[in-house]
Design a protein around this ligand. Structure first.
Ligand SMILES: Cc1cc2nc3c(=O)[nH]c(=O)nc-3n(C[C@H](O)[C@H](O)[C@H](O)COP(=O)(O)OP(=O)(O)OC[C@H]3O[C@@H](n4cnc5c(N)ncnc54)[C@H](O)[C@@H]3O)c2cc1C
Ligand SMILES: NC(=O)C1=CN([C@@H]2O[C@H](COP(=O)(O)OP(=O)(O)OC[C@H]3O[C@@H](n4cnc5c(N)ncnc54)[C@H](OP(=O)(O)O)[C@@H]3O)[C@@H](O)[C@H]2O)C=CC1
Ligand SMILES: Nc1ccccc1C(=O)C[C@H](N)C(=O)O
Length: 492
């Protein structure tokens, strides 16, 4: 007698961007999907006010777009309808905010500023439009029994505990994941949580009124604006209503030194004078004191799964600091990769007898293959903070960037800038990381050679002219530092 086929049911905990996208992918495979979300439905007008002023926009790039496209529902196009392409960084240097543009890619590649709430709402709607998806709000997962496949969920309003069942439980419930807490009781889960000493506060630059009375951007909207101040920084991303969402990242110790309006204005006059003009003092004061000072946490976990019963994805598995603009992109890539493994291991939408362990194998392969990539992007995200707040102003960094871009144009298969590999490709993060290090030595040598050559040329051509001597001295210094770095790397 053959065992009757059993439809696979999946409970996704968390209807954030990753949970909603996972729901679409699994529904496309014919699974029965139920998503449980602790928050109220943010598409309802009465709930909108509750989520205001929390990380309003996000940078969406190739990995995220590839996963959205992979649904076959043109979700990439839907989200990009209101996305604003940013082709580079605009640095606001010094007290007067002298502007310097640095392109992200040599071929005009862009990352895109998208509205977090709208993206999340669009994905939930796309999931709900599929017949086999149900989304329930106001339900908080309290605990899960992974062997039995049961979930205990609390109704946020009535506090009643309801129970649900699923063959597979997927934790997409963010950095403080409850599914992960349950998973820890079933597997020897290596786990780490680390707060960095820096936090963030969101501010804004409103649209200005144009000559025709219509709203206009107060700064160039095709850039991600950065005020690099070495130990801290401020950034701004454009919004479709022509405002900018500004985020001030700095050590909590510095936030704690600002007690009143006077302290705040003194601090901004000293470091971000050009931004005060754009924000307006009143709005700056109002937003700074009203908006929360968020913390920044890194979470690492391994493994990500338990048998064929549970897996964690997105921030639940790998919360990272936001500085590469990759957290959500990486979470979307998690979904795409898990889906491709379900195909590779021929996991059917129905379970075929007790001996069908295809799902367990697919989940195991996910942990095995994904771990090194998630480790790499978490490290890169942290590294990018130093680059954004400090590196972008250093001559060594600038020279390396230039040389790297030239070489990429000349020999694109041999030299690819790290930023291009991370933000404009789907190449595994660990490969990008390893390749960047390999390229590093030769780039430093090439950088030093270019620097020395240019400096020597300048010296010969204009040794009498002080200004050129100054330029040459700068370049020589950069070349020397680059050469010293190369030598150091060689010794290591
Ligand atoms: C300041 C800042 C800027 C960022 N900028 C970018 C960027 O530019 N680009 C980028 O790619 N990433 C960015 N990120 C990272 C990005 O926000 C996250 O990686 C992304 O939100 C993760 O999505 P997620 O669905 O895994 O988790 P979340 O977005 O955290 O969603 C989790 C969901 O689960 C729900 N939930 C939690 N607990 C429970 C429970 N017990 N029961 C039921 N539901 C639950 C939550 O309410 C939430 O809706 C940024 C992060 C920050 C803080
Ligand atoms: N990597 C990072 O540094 C950061 C990442 N993020 C990511 O972006 C997502 C969206 O951000 P946002 O909307 O601001 O998220 P929230 O700050 O609103 O938090 C989302 C969820 O996490 C819970 N939570 C918050 N702080 C803690 C804590 N210290 N301990 C336990 N649980 C906590 C909240 O529970 P409750 O509803 O009970 O308050 C809520 O369920 C986050 O969920 C996270 O994944 C956000 C901030 C920093
Ligand atoms: N979205 C962000 C949120 C916070 C901090 C940085 C970003 C970035 O996107 C940085 C961008 N990738 C850069 O390297 O210039």
């Amino acid at each position: 007698m053959t065992t009757p086929e059993k439809s696979r049911s999946v409970a996704i905990v968390g209807a954030g961007p990753v949970g909603a996208l996972m729901a679409v992918y699994l529904a496309n495979r014919g699974w029965n999907v139920h998503v449980y979300e602790t928050r109220p439905d943010m598409r309802l007008p009465e709930n909108k006010a509750k989520i205001q002023n929390r990380s309003i926009n996000l940078a969406l790039s190739t990995r995220g777009l590839t996963a959205l496209k992979g649904t076959g529902l043109a979700l990439d196009e839907l989200i990009m309808k209101s996305g604003l392409p940013m082709r580079g960084r605009m640095l606001h240097i010094g007290d007067e905010g002298h502007l310097v543009s640095q392109d992200y890619g040599v071929h005009g590649e862009c990352i895109n500023s998208v509205d977090r709430a709208k993206l999340n709402e669009d994905l939930i709607t796309a999931a709900e439009e599929l017949n086999n998806v149900k989304v329930s709000f106001n339900l908080t997962l309290k605990r899960a029994d992974l062997d039995k496949g049961t979930l205990a969920l609390e109704n946020k309003e009535t506090k009643e505990i309801i129970s649900a069942h699923a063959d597979l439980i997927i934790g997409c419930d963010g950095a403080y994941s409850s599914v992960r807490n349950s998973l820890m009781r079933y597997v020897r889960l290596d786990f780490g949580q680390e707060y960095i000493p820096h936090g963030y506060c969101e501010l804004s630059i409103p649209a200005k009124v144009g000559a025709d009375g219509k709203p206009e951007f107060a700064m160039d909207p095709e850039h991600l604006h950065i005020w690099p101040r070495h130990k801290f920084m401020m950034i701004a991303l454009p919004n479709p209503d022509k405002s900018f969402t500004v985020t001030l990242f700095m050590p909590f110790a510095n936030f704690e030194m600002i007690h009143n309006e006077g302290d705040l204005l003194n601090f901004f006059e000293q470091y971000f004078a050009d931004a005060i003009k754009l924000m307006g003092k009143d709005l700056l004061i109002k937003e700074y004191f009203k908006n929360p000072k968020g913390s920044l946490v890194m979470v690492r976990a391994n493994p990500y799964h338990y048998k064929d019963r549970c897996i964690i994805l997105g921030d639940a598995a790998h919360s990272m600091v936001p500085f590469y603009g990759q957290g959500m992109n990486c979470g979307f890539e998690d979904v795409r990769i898990l889906d491709s493994l379900l195909s590779e291991f021929n996991v059917k939408s129905t379970k075929v007898g007790e001996s069908d362990n295809s799902l367990a194998l697919a989940l195991e392969a996910y942990t095995d293959r994904r771990a090194k990539d998630l480790k790499a992007i978490c490290e890169l995200a942290l590294y990018n903070y130093t680059e954004m707040r400090h590196g972008v102003t250093s001559p060594v960094y600038l020279m390396r960037k230039k040389v790297e871009s030239w070489l990429h144009l000349l020999v694109p298969s041999k030299v690819i800038p790290l930023y291009t590999m991370v933000s404009f490709s789907n190449r595994p993060y660990s490969e990008a990381y390893a390749r960047h290090h390999k390229q590093g030595f030769w780039l430093s040598v090439a950088g030093a050679a270019v620097g020395l050559g240019t400096a020597a040329g300048l010296l010969v051509a204009g040794w009498k002219q002080r200004r050129q001597l100054k330029d040459a001295a700068g370049l020589l210094k950069a070349a020397f530092l680059t050469a010293a770095q190369s030598a150091q790397k060689l010794v290591q």
